[in-house]
Design a protein around this ligand. Structure first.
Ligand code: AMP
Length: 339
């Protein structure tokens, strides 16, 4: 695995992977090969690999199984995988945990290498945001609701850095986690609106044995808070159970989730949203696929989680409720709520 810090080196690698021409040999290689397939031998007998598909997984590091599941998904659909680690200052508010965000590049590099990542891209803040930097991407409306309401500017920071990373790396495919469902909706909107030439994939939420969605921020929970944090998945579990038994009223689902969260003294609700998974608009009833998303503060840590109800893949509307949906799942289990 190569650790890449420079933007120009990252671009060079990307060009070389996608064209199949070894880096730095573009000129000599031009006109070589069989002229039909683009394959052939480069100078000094170096075999040209041929164009390969480049997969990309953007993260902020402090890697866990959730991140690694995205790497595996990227691997399934590409030949070469780039994992980026960049703690993006522009997506943290002034009172948020940018300075305290966990960073452990050495450990992350070991995990990434073990997972077979070919390139670990770890640019410096100065290179991503030079002093003259003055452009940002605003995905209107979708960025203002839910997490955007309590974290003004957060999604502007996310969209801006993701667009920059996509431009630097030029992947064929990029993989995101359903844990940050709103982020997924916003990135997809941005990609469509700005005609980005990249395939975007969503991977399911990976959870701890007790249901807590894996997150780099879980490490900042005290033992008592860690226990309390189980309430997030439990509250969504209640929604899943009600839905499986035929409940379709928003007020009932919303009330059950809130009620469950309120049972936990250490939990403070930021929001409970019952919305359309494409538009993030509140729904009138759960007649189609519906996103139930929550944000909760446990002590000083803000945690998010979600479930998509009525996804045909996991809950065909005509058939009996699936008992799997009502049972706590096994260790490191994956949600199947990917639409
Ligand atoms: P982060 O490092 O938190 O910015 O997350 C980087 C990517 O990993 C995002 O696409 C997240 O949605 C995804 N991710 C984080 N936690 C999980 C998880 N528990 N399961 C699946 N994907 C995750």
């Amino acid at each position: 695995m190569e650790i890449v810090t420079g933007i120009s080196r990252m671009r060079e690698i990307s060009r070389s992977v996608r064209s199949g021409v070894p880096a730095g040999r573009e000129e000599q290689a031009a006109g070589e090969g069989d002229g039909k397939t683009g394959r052939g031998r480069g100078p000094a007998g170096a075999r040209r690999a041929g164009p390969r598909r480049l997969g990309f997984v953007p993260t902020m590091g402090a890697l866990h199984e959730g991140h690694l599941s995205l790497v595996r998904r990227a691997r399934e659909v590409s030949d070469v995988v780039v994992l980026s680690i960049f703690v993006n200052p522009k997506q943290f508010g002034p009172a948020e945990d940018f300075e305290r965000y966990p960073r452990d590049l050495e450990r992350d590099a070991v995990l990434a290498a073990r997972e077979g990542v070919e390139f670990l891209f770890t640019p410096s803040t100065g290179e991503i945001y030079p002093p003259t930097f003055s452009t940002s991407v605003e995905v209107e409306r979708l960025s203002r609701v839910m997490c955007g309401a309590s974290r003004p500017g957060h999604f502007r920071g996310v969209a801006t850095v993701v667009l920059k990373l996509l431009n630097i790396i030029s992947p064929d495919v990029a993989v995101f986690g359903a844990k940050d469902f709103q982020q997924w909706v916003i990135i997809r909107r941005m990609a469509a609106d700005l005609n980005l030439d990249v395939e975007l994939l969503l991977a399911p939420i990976v959870r701890e044995t007790d249901g807590l969605a894996m997150s780099s921020r879980n490490a900042s929970l005290s033992p008592a808070e860690r226990q309390a944090a189980r309430i997030l998945d439990r509250s969504l579990h209640r929604a899943r159970g009600l839905f499986a038994r035929g409940e379709r009223a928003v007020a009932v689902i919303d009330g059950a989730v809130r009620g469950s969260l309120e049972e936990e003294p250490l939990a403070r609700i930021d929001y409970v949203a019952v919305v359309d998974p494409e538009t993030l608009e509140p729904v009138a009833s759960l007649s189609g696929p519906t996103l139930v998303a929550i944000a909760v503060r446990i002590g000083g840590t803000r945690l998010i989680d979600n479930v998509v109800l009525g996804n045909e893949k996991i809950a065909p509307r005509q058939s009996a409720p699936d008992p799997q949906l009502c049972r706590p799942e096994a260790a490191g289990r994956k949600d199947e709520n990917v639409p």
